[in-house]
Ligand binder design. Structure first.
Ligand SMILES: NC(=O)c1ccc[n+]([C@@H]2O[C@H](COP(=O)([O-])OP(=O)(O)OC[C@H]3O[C@@H](n4cnc5c(N)ncnc54)[C@H](OP(=O)(O)O)[C@@H]3O)[C@@H](O)[C@H]2O)c1
Length: 327
């Protein structure tokens, strides 16, 4: 038996309009899969990369989408711990969330606690797990440290900033507009810098009395990479985890030597690679949400039908915080 679903697929890479809604047939879950009826889909910048072909998709037509919340409608014969009717969230580098129905590996979903809404879970699973590992697992940060975070008013950015502040870590944030400066400050940045109108490297050195920062979290890439390296303290770490503005330049590792700098490009799937790692990280995230450490209300909510508009707004830097789509 198959299940009829409505999905947004791409048949080629390109602008937001390559996303087209089509009726598809979804198979019964395999032995270790669950079939999920999505209620709220989380939108992430990584899906812009996949839509454009910055990152390749396995084959065309492709259903993009890396995060959603929904209700389990069927389970495979070998599935344990997840049953029909469970409310679950998922956010791996497995595509297929832009659909009313999605097949997913059962050991890669988390049951959503009752006091977290569908919208909150879809706003925060991929972005919150990312903020968490960046903050707690990529660099040995402790209370009193100062870091620089680029695009601090964005989805991951606001969660990172709020969580960092709760841990006593000072975040200097960059953004592209005055409106976003106010949002970054409200999220907990000690200072916000408009990197369109101000040289962020000069300003960071000024704000740190020429000491520099212990780490830079850079998902912008091309436009910020070189200056990000320049504001690090000796033995500091540049964490590049995205390239919204394009590929960063190639560098010679020897350029890191004078100040013994560290450079890493982490990705979430490696930090939650096992079911156990995912469960621990999800529990820590859910605790941060329910204790109010992070506010995971979405910045923007669109009907699923307006996915093309949502993609355009995200890539044209009009969104702040998380964006979700109601199915
Ligand atoms: N490696 C990982 O594990 C991982 C996991 C999740 C997300 N990420 C990355 O983290 C970043 C944030 O993800 P998100 O979903 O929360 O998106 P987001 O931060 O809400 O949106 C991206 C932001 O990047 C900034 N930006 C700078 N230059 C840009 C350009 N040329 N075009 C478009 N945007 C530009 C914009 O903020 P301003 O207007 O303020 O500049 C924009 O709002 C993305 O780069 C994503 O790929 C990485």
């Amino acid at each position: 038996m198959t299940h009829r679903a409505r999905a947004a697929r791409i048949h080629a890479y390109g602008p937001p309009e390559v996303l087209v809604f089509e009726n598809i047939e979804v198979a019964e879950p395999g032995p270790t899969q669950v079939l999920i009826r999505n209620t709220v889909i989380g939108l992430n910048f990584v899906e812009v990369y996949y839509r454009r072909g910055t990152f390749p998709v396995p084959a065309f037509p492709a259903i993009l989408g890396n995060e959603a919340v929904g209700i389990v409608e069927a389970v495979g014969v070998d599935v344990v711990g997840i049953k029909v009717g469970d409310r679950v969230v998922y956010s791996d580098d497995v595509h297929g969330a832009y659909s009313t129905l999605c097949l997913y590996p059962a050991d890669r979903v988390a049951i959503v606690p009752d006091d977290i809404s569908d919208k909150q879970a879809a706003s925060s699973f991929l972005k919150g797990l990312t903020a968490r590992y960046l903050l707690k697992e990529t660099v040995n940060l402790k209370a009193g440290d100062t870091v620089l975070y680029h695009a601090a008013a964005g989805g991951v950015g606001q969660l990172f900033t709020q969580w960092a502040k709760a841990l006593g870590i000072r975040v200097i944030g960059t953004v592209s507009s005055d409106e976003k400066m106010a949002i970054a400050l409200a999220a907990g940045c000690s200072h916000a810098i408009n990197y369109r109108t101000e040289n962020f490297a000069h300003r960071v050195m000024e704000l740190t009395n020429n000491v520099g920062v212990k780490a830079v979290f850079d998902s912008v890439g091309k436009d910020t990479f070189v200056d990000s390296l320049s504001v690090l303290q000796p033995r500091g770490t540049l964490v590049v985890f995205g390239k919204a503005s394009g590929n960063p330049p190639l560098i010679n590792p020897f350029d890191l030597a004078p100040r013994s700098l560290n450079l890493t490009w982490p990705v979430l799937p490696v930090y939650v690679a096992t079911a156990e790692q995912l469960a621990v990280a999800a529990q820590d995230l859910f605790n941060a949400i329910t204790t109010g450490i992070i506010n995971v209300e979405p910045g923007r909510v669109y009907p699923f039908d307006q996915l093309v508009d949502a993609h355009r707004d995200l890539e044209e830097r009009r969104t702040t915080g998380a964006t979700v789509l109601i199915v």
